[in-house]
Design a protein around this ligand. Structure first.
Ligand SMILES: Cc1cc2nc3c(=O)[nH]c(=O)nc-3n(C[C@H](O)[C@H](O)[C@H](O)COP(=O)(O)OP(=O)(O)OC[C@H]3O[C@@H](n4cnc5c(N)ncnc54)[C@H](O)[C@@H]3O)c2cc1C
Length: 428
């Protein structure tokens, strides 16, 4: 019998799940997304940022024939990071295994293109500009509000909350079923920044296969990632109460701020971008910790809706895609019996999500001295791992990035380092 699934949120997690379910054959899917269709809007118009995808996320994409290749074709592979400082030496952190990087909205557009190319509207309908505003778990209906039109209700057999960190489905579960859940803002806020990678007249051309990072002493950082077509997409990060752009009022002042503080990036910033940057909203990152990702046999949370984390080690999207891989394995194991799949999903995934939160919060230290220790440990472990592969594991960061070892096992192996960073933050 065909099962009727409603997915709220057409982000990476919701769209990949649609691919997985449709390939199993007996599903009809309606997806509701409150934003416009990303294929019809400029990549740089909305709130977007570059993502890095590694083995965990890519393994999940690989299950769908042709998907990883389609994404790789529009990505840039980065072989390390260059960390600039105004005073002092530029630091290079190379990577043996290149990291696939692409813009979040580009990833979503490719997932959508492949979905609508492979399946007919009878199998999957994606409704944009349509927000979920209410859930009735007893009647198994959701209320949806299309932009500029009257609201309507839709019936579901399975409801999937893939609606990101501020999930309305999770909010329903917290209020109505007592789902234990806590949320917290990370200390850093950010604004998206778009630069050109080259300014030939100024003699500036940044390396096309490196992530470019610049830190100031007051916790203000800029992280720029190469995109296809000589574009650099990234973010400027700052403490919420310390927005360096707040006092500025003209595009010339913004450009001058970058030229003064991040000189190379300043030379790559157009006045148009400086003007838009001034108006672009400040975004805050919310982290989410839930003790369960389902309700009965009919409601499921995946991706950021279930476990949003700080982007410091770039795992939010990787883990969201990995959720889908694990769901796919459970569907296979339990023959699409959601009454068994959903509790098993929570059982398997919650410990990893909690471990990922610890790893995201405490892998990178904030204290200068500990940061030096971090890079020292990273380098030494890389050498030792190269020489004695079977005896010495890579350091925590490389284990997260280069392997698909469950997050809870990575945490077990490196709890000492995580505790040390946690103590240093709590003491401050
Ligand atoms: C600055 C920054 C950098 C990051 N870098 C990385 C990285 O390098 N690597 C990595 O793995 N992760 C990274 N992440 C995290 C990553 O972006 C998220 O983990 C990922 O996008 C989660 O995917 P998702 O599909 O669960 O949620 P989202 O991408 O948030 O998608 C949810 C969708 O649901 C829609 N929605 C929300 N509410 C409703 C509603 N009520 N009705 C209808 N639709 C709704 C939203 O419009 C959205 O399109 C980064 C995050 C930030 C902020």
């Amino acid at each position: 019998m065909v099962q009727n699934v409603v997915i709220i949120g057409a982000g990476p997690a919701g769209l990949l799940l649609a691919h997985y379910l449709l390939r199993r054959g007996n599903y009809h899917i309606d997806i509701y997304e409150r934003r416009p269709d990303p294929r019809l809007t400029s990549l740089f118009s909305g709130r977007t940022f570059p993502l890095s995808l590694q083995e965990r996320g890519r393994k999940a994409l690989r299950v769908i024939v042709g998907l990883e290749e389609a994404i790789a074709a529009q990505s840039v592979f980065c072989q390390g990071t260059i960390i600039y400082r105004k005073q002092g030496k530029t630091r290079r952190v190379p990577r043996k295994i290149p990291i696939l990087t692409l813009d979040r909205n580009r990833l979503v557009a490719i997932l959508l293109e492949q979905l609508t190319k492979t399946y007919s509207p009878n199998q999957v309908k994606v409704n944009f500009n349509c927000e979920c505003i209410q859930v009735d778990g007893t009647a198994k209906t959701v209320t949806l509000k299309p932009e500029g039109k009257d609201s309507f209700t839709a019936h579901y057999q399975l409801l999937v909350g893939a609606d990101g960190a501020r999930s309305s489905i999770r909010e329903y579960l917290v209020k109505n079923t007592g789902l234990p859940c806590s949320q917290q803002y990370v200390p850093d806020s950010y604004k998206s920044v778009f630069l050109s990678r080259c300014n030939l007249s100024a003699g500036v051309e940044l390396e096309a296969n490196k992530i470019h990072a610049w830190s100031l002493n007051n916790n203000i950082r800029t992280l720029m990632v190469p995109q296809p077509g000589n574009q650099l997409n990234g973010v400027i990060l700052f403490k919420d109460q310390n927005n360096p752009l707040e006092g500025l009022s003209t595009k010339e002042e913004v450009k001058a701020f970058f030229q003064e503080n991040f000189p190379t990036f300043g030379q790559l910033m157009s006045l148009e971008e400086a003007e838009t940057l001034l108006k672009r909203p400040v975004a805050r990152v919310l982290t989410v910790r839930c003790d369960r990702f389902h309700e009965g046999d009919s409601v499921l949370l995946i991706g950021d809706a279930a476990h949003a984390v700080s982007p410091s080690i770039g795992q939010g999207c990787n883990s969201s895609l990995e959720d889908v891989l694990i769901l796919g394995q459970l569907l296979e194991q339990y023959g699409d019996d959601w009454g068994r799949v959903l509790p098993k999903f929570s059982e398997q995934r919650v410990p990893d999500a909690h471990a990922l939160q610890e790893l995201s919060d405490y892998t990178f230290p904030r204290q200068k001295l500990l940061l030096v220790e971090f890079f020292f440990r990273l380098k030494v472990r890389r050498l030792l791992h190269q020489w004695f592969t079977s005896w010495v594991d890579p350091f925590v960061f490389d284990l997260v990035i280069d392997t698909d070892l469950p997050y809870s096992q990575v945490l077990d192996l490196h709890q000492g380092w995580i505790n040390k960073v946690k103590r240093s933050i709590n003491e401050n």
